[in-house]
Design a protein around this ligand. Structure first.
Ligand SMILES: [Zn+2]
Length: 478
């Protein structure tokens, strides 16, 4: 079946064909919006009671803020709970770990993964109990279903095997085991001194060819790096059909590049599925078709909201704001209305492509599902991902170098719009033509009018010894 040719009926046929999916009759993605809402209301009420009793952080917050938990009877009452910020969590991660008095077997600490932490800070631990691990395994099965992965696939795990346990590597393991697919770990990464364990990229390419890898799982750039090397080595990967490109944006050109190189290695149609993952959802929101939106694979575990960055009020469908996650059924580390720090937009209700319910992140800024909130530019009231500007400039023929100059429209006001000036140096004699071309391409890509001017040929922009990659953005905002 060509995955690029998706419809709710084709998805139903696919599920019916594979018993591991067909017998998952309690899959919340197949509930009507009304039934899913009822399930989530019940789960949220129970989760909040649990946290009120056993979570040191939330017990304190509910008392301090005067939250009457008896009044929280469902998602419609979620506004009664204050938002939690990432800095609260990083300050004291253990305060978010409930400590019930009875040590029942399913509440045993089972696994720790680490979130990246603040820019300067230490990585923060996130605890899963046995109860959570079962829920996560089911989440991974449902994630595999959304991405068209089957029990006869061979998953090739390109996530690094690193010192700190990370969801990328381990959830790929759980995905394969939850559907009964074969799994081969590339075991990329760096050795600890004294433990010569990891494979080189070239060894991993050979291993993927030898084992008949059909699903590549890694970060978007890691996948591309791997596929590029495979092509250079002349490796054959004729069974490759799904690439899980997670954790980073995967713009159209990058997907085409991965697809084309795999097809050079003998593959047929290839679905490059982008996914947006973070530790607090213990996996990734994934696409059912390219650019079709990133599904919350377990709407019975997680509820997503998008909040206005200033008022923190929930925003409507497809509006861009701060992404927040609420856990609905966890026993280990649990958070409520937790602001991740990324800007995103979402849609609720049945997916127009596959028909699944729950919410989906939709592409709003450039080709990405989420952008770090502190990186987004506001140009004449339009939110623009600076990466989109870079992508356009990198892709415009005739642009030799460029510089992005950022300023505030009104200096000193942190909520002021940004002023962006793009300075380009073009091939000799083509300055005006390239300047107009860049202006038009940026307008098409961002919807905003961006100031573009040509560099003075005598200026530093022409001196390759002076212009390094990290000088391409000159940020003069506060
Ligand atoms: Zn879908």
């Amino acid at each position: 079946m060509n995955i690029l040719d998706i419809s709710p009926r084709r998805v139903r046929d696919f599920i019916a064909r594979w018993p591991v999916y067909a017998r998952d009759r309690e899959n919340p993605n197949r509930l009507s919006s009304e039934d899913l809402g009822g399930l989530r209301d019940r789960l949220l009420t129970e989760q909040i009671r649990w946290l009120n009793e056993y979570s040191p952080f939330y017990r304190k917050v509910f008392r301090k803020e005067g939250v009457d938990i008896d009044k929280v009877r469902g998602l419609r009452d979620l506004y009664r709970i204050p938002v939690t910020y990432r800095r609260d969590y990083l300050e004291d991660p253990l305060a978010f770990l409930p400590s019930p008095p009875q040590r029942r077997p399913e509440l045993a600490a089972y696994e720790i993964t680490y979130t990246a932490g603040s820019q300067e800070g230490e990585p923060a631990p996130f605890f899963n109990t046995a109860y959570d691990m079962m829920a996560i395994s089911l989440q991974m099965r449902r994630t595999a279903e959304i991405c068209w992965i089957t029990p006869v696939d061979t998953l090739f795990n390109l996530f690094p095997y690193s010192g700190l346990p990370h969801i990328g590597f381990y959830r790929t393991v759980h995905m394969a085991s939850s559907i009964g697919a074969k799994l081969v770990n590339a075991l990329l990464g760096e050795d600890l001194p004294g433990f010569p364990l990891h494979r080189s990229l070239d060894e991993a390419v050979q291993l993927a060819a030898d084992c008949g890898a059909s699903v590549l799982a890694g970060t978007a750039s890691g996948d591309r790096h791997f596929v590029l090397r495979a092509q250079n080595l002349g490796a054959r990967l004729p069974l490759a059909r799904v690439v899980l490109a997670l954790g980073e944006a995967a713009p159209e050109r990058m997907r085409e590049d991965i697809r084309r190189r795999l097809q050079d290695a003998g593959a047929g149609e290839v679905f490059v599925a982008n996914g947006y993952g973070f530790t607090e959802c213990q996996g990734a929101m994934v696409e059912c078709c390219e650019f079709g939106g990133c599904h919350n694979p377990s709407p019975d575990l997680y509820y997503l909201e998008v909040l206005d960055p200033r008022s923190l009020e929930p925003l409507g469908e497809a509006e861009l704001g701060l992404l927040a996650i609420t856990h609905l059924n966890r026993r280990g580390t649990a958070v409520l209305r937790y602001v991740i720090g990324d800007l995103a937009a979402l849609e609720r209700g049945p997916c127009p492509h596959c028909g699944r319910s729950g919410e989906r992140l939709v592409v709003k800024v450039g080709s990405t599902y989420a952008t770090r909130a502190d990186e987004v530019l506001t140009i004449k009231s339009k939110m623009v991902n600076p990466q989109v500007l870079r992508n356009v400039l990198d892709a415009t023929p005739g642009v030799l170098r460029y510089r992005l100059e950022l300023e505030r429209e009104s200096a000193g006001d942190p909520y002021s719009a940004d002023r962006v000036r793009v300075v380009v140096s073009a091939e000799p004699g083509r300055g005006e033509e390239i300047e107009a071309e860049v202006r038009e391409r940026l307008r098409l890509a961002t919807g905003a009018e961006v100031e573009v001017r040509s560099a003075d040929p005598r200026q530093d922009l022409y001196d390759p010894s002076f212009v390094l990659k990290d000088t391409r953005v000159v940020d003069r905002r506060d």
